[in-house]
Structures are given as C-alpha cells and as structure tokens.
Design a protein. Structure first.
Length: 200
C-alpha cells in the first residue's frame, strides 16, 4: 500500500528542533542548503524529499513479515526488536507505524553524525548517507565493514564517498531492489535527484 493511501505524507514536515541543538534546524530547508553551503551533520535532519523517497523504497506494511534477509520487519522497513513485542503476522496501526518511523529516523540521523564526524554535508549528501545507514545499519558502515567509505570520509573526498554508497546484497545474494536503491542513493548524493530510477 502506498504511503499516501495510509496518510504518511502528513508525517513529512519541517524538522523539529531538538532541545540540544544550538541552531534551530527549523530554519533550514532543502533549498537553503542544497548547493549553497555544506553544514555540520549535527544541524541536518531528514528532508521531506528524503522521507518521501524512503517511504517509496521501503513501502508501508501494517503486518509483520520477514524481509529478504529473513528478519521480522514492519511499518517503513522497521526491523522488529524484542522490545517491540511483535511477531510475524502481528498487525500494527498507522500511529505505531509513524512512531516507529520517527524513532528509526532519529537513530539513523545519529548514526550518520557518528559516521561523518566533522565532515560538512549538503542536505542531499546527508540524506543519501541517511538512506545508507537506515537501510544497512550503522554496523555495516563501520571502519571494519566499510573501510573505503570511512577512508573517503576522513579524506573529505566526496566523489569517493559517492562511490562507496552501493550495497546490493541481502542474505548473501544480489537483490535487484537494492541495486535500484543504491542507484537512487548515489544520484541523491551526487545530483540532489530523489527520483526513482525505476521510473526513468
């Protein structure tokens, strides 16, 4: 089911200022940061364009299912944890989908900040890295798992970072959907284009 049918487009709005922010992220929009100035990741949050692309990529599922790697998943690609008290086949409502998405985005945003450290980013670069962390998890972009990505970040080599955004395997197999998602992630990072490559 599409996100619009479920009302998830109402979720996407201006970023909410967190109490610990020194500068309000509410004053930043995709246009403000797109190609004019790179900002510290601490000042960036998921853009509306990214949230829409994420919903398109992950889909929205009310019933807990097993993803391509066999993990129990629900909502917008939320990996079920023991604390969720959910099993395969359980159903959740829209409010819970939104709450899980909000929580997962906050965790992924923190993950990007940890990954990039002091590297400044355009909004679209942040969004592409956010998609990567949301999709594969922070552990898979660690120094031990993704040394070239981490080296590119340390070197502040944005083209080399873009070259390391491809993750196409699930459960040891190439997944066509992940190939498309990697292509989309790269075009977000390099060109600020959030379009779905499947539709081009």
């Amino acid at each position: 089911m599409g996100a619009g049918a479920m009302g998830l487009t109402a979720f996407t709005g201006p970023p909410i200022q967190q109490s610990g922010d020194r500068v309000s992220a509410n004053t930043l929009s995709l246009d403000d940061t797109e190609r004019t100035i790179r900002l510290p990741a601490a000042l960036l949050k998921a853009s509306d364009a990214f949230k829409q692309a994420l919903i398109e990529e992950e889909g929205v599922r009310y019933t807990v299912y097993r993803d391509v790697a066999g993990y129990p998943t629900v909502g917008v690609g939320h990996l079920v944890t023991p604390g969720d008290n959910l099993r395969v086949g359980d159903r959740i409502d829209e409010d819970r989908v939104l709450a899980l998405l909000d929580r997962d985005l906050r965790i992924a945003e923190q993950g990007v900040r940890k990954l990039v450290g002091t590297l400044p980013l355009y909004q679209h670069e942040f969004d592409a890295l956010l998609d990567l962390v949301y999709n594969v998890g922070l552990g898979n972009v660690s120094q031990s798992e993704s040394p070239r990505l981490n080296e590119a970040i340390r070197a502040r080599d944005y083209e080399a970072i873009a070259a390391e955004l491809e993750y196409t395997h699930a459960a040891g197999q190439i997944a066509r959907g992940l190939e498309f998602r990697s292509e989309r992630r790269a075009q977000i990072f390099m060109d600020a284009s959030y379009d779905d490559p499947r539709e081009i």
